[in-house]
Design a protein around this ligand. Sequence first.
Ligand SMILES: Cc1cc2nc3c(=O)[nH]c(=O)nc-3n(C[C@H](O)[C@H](O)[C@H](O)COP(=O)(O)O)c2cc1C
Length: 329
Amino acid sequence: MPPARTFEQLFEGQPAILAPMEDVTGAIYRRMCRELGADLCVTEFINVEGLLRGCRKAKKKLFLAPDDTPTAIQIYGSNPERLAEAAEVAEAAQPAFIDINCGCWVPKIARRGAGAGWLRDPEAMVKMAAMVVDRVSLPVTVKTRIGYGPESDMPIVELAKRLEDVGVRVLTIHCRTAKMGHNGEADWSWAKKAQAVTRMPVIVNGDVKDALSARRALDETGCAGVMVGRRAIEHPWVFREIRAYLDRGELIAPPTPAERLEMCRKHLRAYVEDRGEKRGVPATRRHLGGYIRGLRNGSALRRELFTCPTLEGNLEILDRFESGLASAA
Ligand SMILES: Cc1cc2nc3c(=O)[nH]c(=O)nc-3n(C[C@H](O)[C@H](O)[C@H](O)COP(=O)(O)O)c2cc1C
């Protein structure tokens, strides 16, 4: 296990952070990404009501193994008091810090005032964050977007200052509006403006896809670190590629075919052990497609894997494919 670092140290050295992603960044994927260089991880978002009721899903998301560090717990909700209570419960799980989700654009969440819904009332968001900060001794951070939309009305710069004033320690900005969802280009210039008016670290998020875009995002914004979401789902090696470039200016080679196939096996085994075969095998597919992309005959392999429901079958397909690669070489 790496030596424990202070909160401030986590944001030194331009960390490459695994973004919180529902149904993706559970304990298994956090470990995989950390092994490949992710400096810091964040849990999937946890609904405060589920967490306070102690529901099974929330409990599972909340659990952090001793070596799952540094990992932050992210919570979401629309009621400040319930968020503060949930933060207290989350604190007991000993995460590196507590992150409040103020960026989820999904209508059923944002329309109810949770997630990006807070961006429609920045005043209320600041009050809510102040309340959470007051209730826990761990550092509190916020992840949000540049605004709710439309583009003409972006509260993020003023909001950054005010969140810092009430004790929020780090702000992550997904540089799109809530209305954009995941569409359109992320506009990093807002992260630059927010970082310019605050002393707390600002983390730039949105469209950081590789080593070069990570370097560009940091250079263009002056932000303290980058957060990577969707690219990590299909290419967890992105973290070691980013680290090599940020630390040594090296553009390292992509993973070898053998490494890609081994990652498929590892992921399949881990998910099946965790979720059982029926749920575990299909759940790997959003990752496996990316792992094998670009391999010779990769699309045929993909078709075979995606129609095979068993772990054993998938492992056989991968072994056969690898033998084929070896004999073709
Ligand atoms: C499948 C999926 C699930 C997500 N779940 C969460 C979440 O639980 N909490 C959160 O703050 N953001 C969530 N996000 C948003 C990401 O953390 C990130 O802000 C967004 O994908 C933009 O970064 P990217 O361009 O690197 O993907 C999710 C995104 C995806 C694609």
